[in-house]
Design a protein around this ligand. Sequence first.
Ligand code: C2O
Ligand code: CU
Ligand code: CU
Length: 458
Amino acid sequence: MKRREFLLSSGATAGALGLGGFGFAQGAQELTIQPASFALRDQVTTGMVSLSADAPPPVLYGKQGEVMRLPVRNTLPDYTAMHWHGLRIANKMDGVPYLTQMPMGEGELFTYEFTPPDAGTYWYHPHCMTMEQMAHGLTGVMVIAEPEDVGFDSEQVINLRDFRLDEDGAFLPAHTQRGAARAGTFGNVHTANWLQSPVYDHAAGSLVRLRVVNTDTTRIYKLHLDGGAARIIAWDGHPVEIDLPMPSADEPLLVGPGQRVDFAIAMPGSEGESVAMMAKLPGQPAKAMASLRAIGSSAGRDLKDLRPLPLNPVAKPDLNNAELHEFVFGWTPEGGEPNNGFCGSLGYNFWSINRTPWPGDAAEGAGPLATLDLGKSYVLRLRNESPNLHPIHLHGLAFVPLRSNLRKLPRLMTDTMLLLKDEVVEIALVADNPGDWAFHCHVIEHQKTGLTGFIRVV
Ligand code: C2O
Ligand code: CU
Ligand code: CU
């Protein structure tokens, strides 16, 4: 285990340039889930899913502590429901079919309304027909701004994800039985904001907040920055209170599906120089997923000009009075086909939590994996007894890793814990948000073949 293989995820930034975003003030505008086409390669790929006919899902902007109203309309023949990953909001707005709402059929509207309690980098994706809709494009970034100016000159969102295409730009099957039983099925076209190696202009010598989000259905990105001076300032939405080593080509940052990392970057002072977000992909040299190019004369700013980000109001667990719950993630080949109702099944089950494969979103009588008392502190022991990595995600609550049997884990607040091969990690949380909270692997082929459940807080 390399020293830095301890954390991380990826992110996306929209910022002043690039991907147009929807501001919270425009939140009443309908978000329409619809078919889309886009030139992911030289040819146009059809059969995509987005919120407009010819562009990626926009960055959605909100502000900490201010209400967001997001009417979502489904125009697909398939069912759907929208989930806001990492936001600690009311359970009935969490977008999990059968658990928190019924799936939305063709033509139906569901208005999501919530007040994000935390600032930071989050994202959204469907939680019904998940494999089909996410693999075909429907994964977008949410930026929840701090109420006060935190001192950057500009921002850049980078939404990292792959698509699985043939030579003509047509979709290949997004999942395979072989992949589902192992690490998942990987895409072969690697994109940032649906583009291959886009270049974004930012003022020379300025301070840029880079928000990187891994919205892929499978890939654990191995990232580092090349050029400029930079620091990691947030992880999975929450400000980082300690000095983290900057990743490098030899010791990249692991960013699993669902995870985010924010960097503060001081742009190079000379026009034309750039900072590249590099990814190490199997069997090839590190590749620039996206670059920031310095333009104009130097603004002369320095990382030291930045004050730490204000902390989010996440309760600190009381470790002396925390009850322990154990969870085992593993392979369970004898599971039958899950009953996912209107939300799509891959047709088989391979995985389980506590040796029970998820019987399906629409299965009658599927109870919680654990019931937690509202307001109490808990330690959850997460044991991976498989050789595959699993980004384990809990909805509605933020948690902090305490210890691992394999590595030193920095105590970074998160909603998604990447478990390595044979790793056992203890995490702690305060169960301060009532409801039924989905708890699953974010490798979608694992999620959809048994590695799912929920935790109840009452
Ligand atoms: Cu990002 Cu249950 O999801
Ligand atoms: Cu989530
Ligand atoms: Cu998994």
